[in-house]
Design a protein around this ligand. Sequence first.
Ligand code: IPM
Ligand code: MG
Length: 360
Amino acid sequence: MKKNIALIPGDGIGPEIVAEAKKVLDKICEKCGHEFNYTEILLGGASIDAYGVPLTEETLEIAKKSDAVLMGSIGGDAATSPWYKLEPSKRPEAGLLAIRKGLNLFANLRPAYLYEELKAACPLRDEIIGDGFDMMIMRELTGGLYFGERKTIEEDGVKKAIDTLSYDENEIRRIAIKGFDIARKRRHKVTSVDKANVLDSSRLWRKVVEEVAKDYPDVTLEHMLVDNCAMQLVRNPGQFDVILTENMFGDILSDEASMVTGSIGMLSSASLNETKFGLYEPSHGSAPDIAGQDKANPIATILSAAMMLRYSLDLDKEADTVEAAVKKVLEAGYRTGDIMSDGCTYVGTKEMGDLIAKEI
Ligand code: IPM
Ligand code: MG
């Protein structure tokens, strides 16, 4: 199978972890007779340095023409990087938001799964971990507060900042449908998270999700307020299957969910549009403090590449192979610093990539 993949190494640890994911994909191609054509594109700080803006039209066009996009991470240290002296709309994060919007990637899937082998890295007590947990956060990605009108003004000498949170029913419906579809492939439960005791946008969210649920009588729907959900994630994470939620709540809850698995360095993500097209990136950020030191955990990016094989390229068997290779390497006791525990063998970014590629 021949496919075109746009690669975004990005900033910070991005180039290192993308290189390891590519190493694993190369091995898949070699074993399974596929041919992936890679085009490297710039986003975030790397694009600012080259073109003065975090995303160019040309870059977006290349991404649009590819079969899928694989990304590392973008952004730098806000306290020290010159990128953060620019106005907010020209900073690295604006590029990421713009590419998501430009590619219409409204559905963000963030799995949070406790690896048996990494139980020691999980900060929760054994009785809370129970039989482990395996949830999928389905985050709306192109609407809500992050895309509403915003401005900072001055009224009578007092500075005032305004951000707007809006959702229309179509935006809610399409993400809800994705959430219920995914639940059907899992344990048939959707927890829709909102703040319907305060926000109008949440009340509409709840109403539309209930309408969609009627088409999925085999899926159990429950509603949960976001503050309660934040608490339940550390109190009883095993109760969740699919968490369906709006953009900002999903941003926050997915970081929390990833931490309860023990390491944000393990968690992949997929951002999808209405077709098979998607952008795949680890759930974690660019970790500028450890960039270029061969310390970053490449597993989240490697697992994101596996999601790409599964969701955009229809290569389920190959995706299974990558996931199994990761598991084998963990079983053998190899760990990067973020997931290190007693009795395990410490490895750097490159060696972790080599070990996983070797298991393919
Ligand atoms: C994420 C990140 C981004 C987001 C930032 C970098 C804009 O936190 O992917 O979760 O909020 O979506
Ligand atoms: Mg985030």
